[in-house]
Design a protein around this ligand. Structure first.
Ligand code: SF4
Length: 1008
């Protein structure tokens, strides 16, 4: 022992004397230990101002990537040498190819470099790709943990087919060819019989842009179903009603004030790319304001942390708006030019003079009651603190970067109005599309289009877009089990793709009930990189690749700029660089792990092998007429034809566009903020245009420009005058915003006309967990079940040993005052009762949560039904027992135990607790406007009863159905409120938009 310790100390001493061998190989000298860090090169001395970055690729080639002091130079990526750490203290060199790819472990799509050993073809590790404009070489823990996912001994390596009853856990290995033949025939039959709506594709983490529009449109189906209404429907709706686009894109790095309603420094949306820029802004003097009921890591670094009662955030934001309005500290010219105030006055105050001054008076009246004191009474945050925050916002000088995602917009009834109230502050301060402000997502994102795009399908699927929710963002995916139970339809073929609704969604037992009912769910095909609770109830489990095992194009609005990145199967690329042909990616991946792009192309070809159904034509190669396109050709064509600037940049380096993307993994289309709403309308659109003399909206009959990008939305209702293409401002015709008025819609005619006139302007809606419905004396609390942990993904962290070693419990956060009242201490068991059941969990007594509120992370509580090789790093073995009609009891048989596998670390597992699956006990709460599942729960807390054990779960799905009916009763269906006989406003964003004709309500359904 002493000998080993001495060797270790000697080695540490020698390390401090020697140059870092890795850096020495790269020709870079390591700074002496303790030396001052060099000043970050790209920050200027002026607070809040950042020098505009130049092309990241050219920086990399010059060896000056912003902020990074060490990375292997690009010219050595094809052959890079490092000493083998396992051979230490011997110095054994190993040779690697560094292949860029992008992380698949959250939506940020940060750049990674896969180190592929040239001799063994094994992947040694993943590090950041310094050339990626979004992440700039940095990653969170989940990026490098991709290595665990690739080498997880528990992963699914071959296609499996169910052998016993569904959910019985019996599987046989099949070939990809058998899978494709079976599915191709089944889908062909469904389409030939006109049963298109019985095919549903349900995706959790898409990880790509544009691919599934190509596939599903070619099939002619309206079958896309997303995870969005357990994630972001609330925020999306709030933004879309304002500007037609449904996400914000803050330029954090250059902001003076950053206002976050989410935990962006550790887990919020695009958090690694955002976090590094938020910190740059903070270092340059920006003020950081965080609204979060829970003390998140982000809140701990804020200048102002406000811990409001959940759901009261809009009251605070409107008090700030009122302060700006009353004190006249808003951007008058911006509001006068770009807000649809005339439309508001004419509709609501027709007798009053239609002047901006009248509107300003109305603003004072409308928000006069939104005082600091009112906000304080609603939120529990001191009025003086809200006033200070309002002053900070007032001083932002048009540089307010704001963001809300998930968090309160995903927690509360009416959460979408929080996003609307937050964007109101950007509007008032003029912080839109400017440096340091906030843009619309599509301005900073680019989605290339494939060589042959099929037309929009002429179908409407009411299982995903039901009559009751004409304004939802997006599909009502959480209601599928209830719709099937009600007999609204059935599903012939159900694809789940990187999605685990049994575990991720609320009301998981209702999912189990329909997934095991073969009358309702004909065939369940689970495309997944890992075992999951949902895969267990599948007919096919089809292994799909992780970040290093697949091709995808990604582009995200991570900052003021625009980029695309290329996810690559790193071993395939390495093999090809060595001159070896690879036909399909599964030939290079572990086992027969495949990738979706190739899978969907092959399946589409099998559905229509002779082209008679009109599907095959979209999958013929643009380079080899009549032959099947390859995945590589699919990407090659897009890089050559639909990415602005890429062919030129590639040519400069004597590369083809595909070679460029293979080599660098990312391309920066634009650096810096751009505001398309200020761009002049194209001359060809103005040839036959007319200008409405009152509104100055410009209408045109000219066809919509064929844009490879998603930004323009050509689909507007029009009224014989054509479609609105711009707005006249002075003597110019500018594009304006993607709304019918081409302005920012403070007043939403859409909300008014479609049944929600009381919410047509930004407002405050009492949440379903407002204090007035919580009886604190009866030990009722609000449960916040939504927060992420920085180190976990959703289902996919289950096969990452590093991540699970760091985080594997989800105790219930309880304030000390409440804990004392309940006589509960840390680690005591408590029973948390919801509307449909209860769960038993350990308490964590902490001042990080406000009194009256409890919180529990949504990441934990993975489970499996058999003690077989699946997710044993992260799941408890459970007994799931039906207790009679609709009632289910789950009890943990054992937690995690060490196990034998090809990975010696599996015998070293030291943790056993993997948390409790709280989501099973939540009924669905779809917001009647946005469709967002309102996650927060009114719960009752008590000390565990004698019969309770840790991890116990009890659920009554009949009660869950009753709660669903209660929330459904709040809706205002299209068939009742539609002003024009359509199912949904045509202008409003809808993913996978069908034809205009499909929007028409069936005759007889529309109440005139
Ligand atoms: S933030 Fe982390 S998990 Fe998300 S893409 Fe970046 S490295 Fe991957």
């Amino acid at each position: 022992m002493h000998q080993r310790l001495n060797r270790f100390l000697e080695a540490v001493a020698s390390l401090s004397r020697q140059p870092n061998p890795e850096l020495a190989l790269a020709g870079i000298t390591a700074p002496a230990l303790g030396a001052a860090r060099p000043k970050t090169a790209h920050l200027s001395a002026h607070p809040g101002v950042q020098e505009r970055p130049t092309s990241v690729t050219s920086q990399a080639e010059a060896g000056t990537v912003a902020g990074l002091s060490s990375y292997p130079p690009v010219e050595k990526w094809d052959e890079w040498e490092e000493y083998d750490p396992k051979a230490w203290p011997e110095r054994v060199k190993r040779r690697y190819m560094l292949i860029p790819t992008t992380c698949f472990n959250c939506e940020s799509a940060c750049g990674l470099l896969g180190y592929v050993d040239i001799d063994s073809l094994e992947i040694q590790k993943f590090e950041g790709n310094p050339l990626h404009p979004g992440s700039r070489g940095r990653n969170c823990a989940k990026g490098p943990a991709t290595h665990n996912q690739v080498y997880d001994p528990e992963r699914v390596l071959y296609p499996l087919k169910r052998a016993g009853k569904r959910g019985e856990g019996k599987w046989v290995r099949v070939t990809w060819d058998q899978v494709l033949e079976d599915l191709g025939e089944r889908l062909r039959k469904a389409f030939q019989e006109g049963r298109h709506n019985e095919v549903i594709y349900h995706v959790g983490r898409p990880g790509h842009d544009g691919l599934m529009e190509w596939i599903l449109f070619a099939w002619g189906v309206d079958s896309h179903n997303s995870h969005t209404n357990v994630c972001s429907s609330g925020a999306r709706a709030g933004y879309a009603f304002w500007m037609g686009l449904d996400r914000p894109s803050p330029d954090h790095a250059n902001a003076r004030v950053i206002l976050l309603i989410s935990s962006h420094l550790e887990t919020g949306h695009y958090f690694n790319p955002h976090a590094q820029r938020i910190m740059e802004a903070k270092m340059a003097g920006a003020r950081l304001i965080v609204l979060d009921t829970r003390l998140s890591n982000t809140a701990s670094l804020a200048d102002y942390w406000l811990s409001p009662w959940p759901g009261s955030e809009a009251a605070i934001l409107l008090a700030i708006a009122n302060h700006l309005i009353r004190t006249g500290r808003y951007d008058r010219e911006f509001v006068r030019t770009w807000v649809n105030w005339e439309q508001y006055l004419k509709a609501e105050w027709p007798a009053e003079p239609c002047t901006f001054e009248t509107f300003e008076e109305k603003l004072k009246e409308l928000y006069g009651e939104n005082t600091f004191e009112f906000a304080a009474a609603e939120s529990g945050v001191e009025a003086g603190v809200i006033r200070q925050v309002a002053e900070e916002v007032a001083r932002c000088e048009g540089k307010l970067a704001s963001h809300t995602w998930r968090s309160t917009t995903a927690g509360n009834l009416g959460g979408w109005q929080v996003a609307r109230a937050l964007w109101f502050l950007n509007v008032l301060t003029g912080s839109i599309g400017v440096e340091g402000g906030t843009s619309a997502n599509a301005w900073d994102k680019w989605v290339p289009r494939p060589h042959k795009m099929p037309p929009h399908p002429n179908r409407w699927n009411e299982l995903t877009w039901p009559d009751e929710y004409p304004l939802t963002f997006y599909e009502l995916s959480i209601l599928l089990p209830h719709f099937l139970k009600e007999g609204r339809g059935k599903v012939d073929t159900y694809f789940t793709r990187v999605y685990n609704p049994v575990w991720t969604n609320p009301d998981g037992m209702s999912w189990v009930e329909v997934l095991t009912d073969e009358e309702k769910m004909g065939l369940h095909v689970c495309l997944t990189p890992t075992w999951s609770e949902t895969a267990w109830f599948a007919d096919y489990v089809l292994p799909m690749g992780h970040a290093a095992e697949r091709h995808d194009i990604t582009s995200q609005e991570t900052h003021g700029g625009r980029w695309i990145a290329f996810r690559q199967p790193v071993r395939r690329v390495a093999l090809e660089k060595m001159g070896q042909d690879v036909n399909y990616t599964y030939e290079a991946n572990p086992g027969e792990v495949w990738e979706e792009t190739e899978f969907w192309i092959e399946l589409s070809w099998r559905i229509d092998p002779d082209g008679s159904m009109g599907i095959r034509q979209y999958f013929e190669s643009p380079y080899r007429p009549g032959e099947k396109i390859t995945a590589v050709e699919y990407f090659r064509w897009m890089f050559e034809n639909t990415v602005p600037g890429l062919p030129e940049a590639a040519a400069k380096r004597s590369l083809t566009p595909l070679e460029y993307m293979r080599k660098y993994g990312a391309f920066e289309i634009r650096a810096g903020v751009e505001a398309p709403y200020l761009q002049a309308v194209e001359a060809e659109l103005l040839e036959d245009a007319i200008v409405d003399p009152e509104s100055r909206i410009v209408y045109s009959h000219a066809p919509a420009p064929v844009s490879p990008n998603i930004t323009p939305h050509p689909a507007f209702p029009g009224d014989g005058r054509g479609r609105p293409v711009g707005v006249q401002v002075g003597d110019q015709v500018l594009r304006g915003f993607d709304t019918p008025s081409r302005r920012l819609e403070f007043y939403s005619p859409t909300l008014r006309e479609w049944g929600w006139p009381e919410h047509a302007i930004p407002g405050y809606i009492h949440s379903h967990v407002h204090p007035e419905v919580i009886d604190q004396q009866a030990n009722e609390f609000v449960l916040i079940p939504t927060f992420r942990l920085p180190t976990l993904i959703h289902t996919r962290s289950g096969n990452s040993k590093w991540l699970y070693e760091i985080s594997h419990k989800n105790p219930l956060w309880v304030h000390p005052r409440d804990a004392a009242r309940l006589d509960v201490r840390t680690n005591d068991l408590v029973r948390v009762s919801t509307e449909i059941g209860y769960y038993v969990i350990k308490a964590w007594v902490t001042e990080g949560i406000r009194p009256g509120v409890v919180a529990c992370s949504h990441h934990m509580g993975r489970w499996r039904l058999q003690d077989t090789a699946m997710e044993r790093w992260s799941s408890a073995l459970v007994d799931l027992t039906p207790q009679g009609e609709g009632r289910w009891q789950m009890r943990q048989v054992q937690g995690v135990l060490p196990f034998e596998s090809s990975d010696p670390d599996s015998k070293r597992i030291w943790w056993s607790d993997v948390g409790v699956h709280q989501n099973l006990t939540f009924p669905v709460h779809p917001d009647p406007v946005s469709g967002m599942h309102c996650w927060h729960q009114k719960v009752k807390l008590e000390k565990a009863r004698p019969e309770d054990r840790y991890g116990d779960i009890y659920v009554d799905t009949d009660k869950a159905h009753e709660v669903y009916r209660d929330w459904l009763a709040m809706t205002r269906p299209a068939s009742r409120v539609s002003p024009d006989g359509t199912r949904r406003p045509y202008w409003l964003l809808r993913p996978f938009r069908p034809t205009r004709a499909a929007y028409q309500l069936p005759s007889g359904k529309f109440a005139e």
